[in-house]
Design a protein around this ligand. Structure first.
Ligand code: C5P
Length: 230
C-alpha cells in the first residue's frame, strides 16, 4: 500500500469523482465510502483501479458473523487494498471477516474501526454506556482486532501511540480526524495535524474535506503530503 495520505472521496456521484481525480497526474491512495459505493457499486472500483490508484473500501461492516464473512468473500473479489469492519461487532465477527476475505483474496488488508473520530468521550459514557476512557476503549478494541487476526485499526491519531505500545509498530493505524493547522474541523472532534499524526505513530492518514473541498485540491494534497511525510 502507498504511504501517501488516503483521500476520502466523499462525493455523491461518479462524475464528481472522475472530475476530481482528473486533476491529479500521480497515482493516489483513495478511500471510497458508503456514500459513493451505495450509489455506484463495484464498477467504480474497477475504473479507479485501472487508473492506478490504491483503494481503501470503507464500508465498516457490522452484522452477524456469518453475514460479514460472506460479504467479505464478495469484497475480496474486488481486489482493493484495504477493507474494514466495526470492532464493536466482536471477535467472532472479525475472525469470520478475515476468513471470508481470505477465501477470495490473499492480499487485501483488513482493519477495524475502534471508535469513530466524531464520537466524544461524553457520548461514549452517556450513549454507549462504556465507562472507561476513550483511550482505554479504543485500545481494548485494537487488541481484540489483533487477536482476531486483523491487520490494524482505524483510530484517532491521538490514540496511535498507545495502540503501538499494545499492538506493536507494524499493526496498521489508519487515522482520520486529520486537519492541517488553521482549517475547519467540520464534524471531527478529536483531530491532529498530519505532522502530529506521524509523530504519534499513525501508519496512514485519511483526509477528506481539507482536500476535496479546497479551492486548489492538488496544492492542498501536496501540502498535506509534505507535512505527513516530513
Ligand atoms: O472530510 P474528513 O477529513 O473529515 O473525512 C474523514 C473520512 O474518514 C470520512 O470519510 C469519514 O467517514 C472517515 N472516518 C472517520 N472516522 C472514523 C472512520 C472513518 O472520519 N473513525
Amino acid at each position: 500500500m502507498k504511504q501517501t495520505p488516503i483521500i476520502a472521496l466523499d462525493f455523491a456521484t461518479k462524475a464528481e469523482v472522475m472530475t476530481f481525480l482528473a486533476r491529479f497526474d500521480t497515482p493516489l491512495f483513495v478511500k471510497i465510502g458508503m456514500e459513493l459505493f451505495y450509489q455506484t457499486g463495484p464498477s467504480l472500483i474497477e475504473e479507479i483501479k485501472t487508473q492506478g490508484h490504491d483503494i481503501f473500501l470503507d464500508l465498516k461492516l457490522h452484522d452477524i458473523p456469518n453475514t460479514v464473512g460472506k460479504a467479505m468473500e464478495g469484497l475480496g473479489r474486488l481486489n482493493v487494498d484495504l477493507v474494514n469492519v466495526h470492532a464493536a461487532g466482536g471477535s467472532e465477527m472479525m475472525r469470520r471477516a478475515v476468513e471470508g476475505l481470505r477465501q477470495t483474496n490473499p492480499d487485501t488488508k483488513i482493519i477495524a474501526v475502534t471508535q469513530l473520530t466524531s464520537t466524544t468521550e461524553e457520548q461514549l459514557h452517556q450513549e454507549q454506556q462504556i465507562q472507561m476512557t476513550m483511550k482505554e476503549a479504543v485500545c481494548h478494541y485494537a487488541r481484540l482486532a489483533q487477536i482476531s487476526g486483523l491487520d490494524g485499526v482505524v483510530c484517532s491519531p491521538l490514540e496511535a501511540a498507545e495502540i503501538t505500545k499494545k499492538c506493536g509498530g507494524s499493526f496498521l493505524k489508519v487515522t482520520p480526524g486529520v486537519r492541517p493547522a488553521h482549517t475547519a474541523m467540520n464534524d471531527q472532534k478529536r483531530v491532529t495535524t498530519p505532522e502530529e499524526a506521524r509523530q504519534l505513530g499513525a501508519t496512514h492518514i485519511v483526509v477528506g474535506r481539507p482536500i476535496t473541498q479546497s479551492d486548489d485540491p492538488v496544492a492542498s494534497y501536496h501540502q498535506i503530503t509534505e507535512s505527513w511525510l516530513g
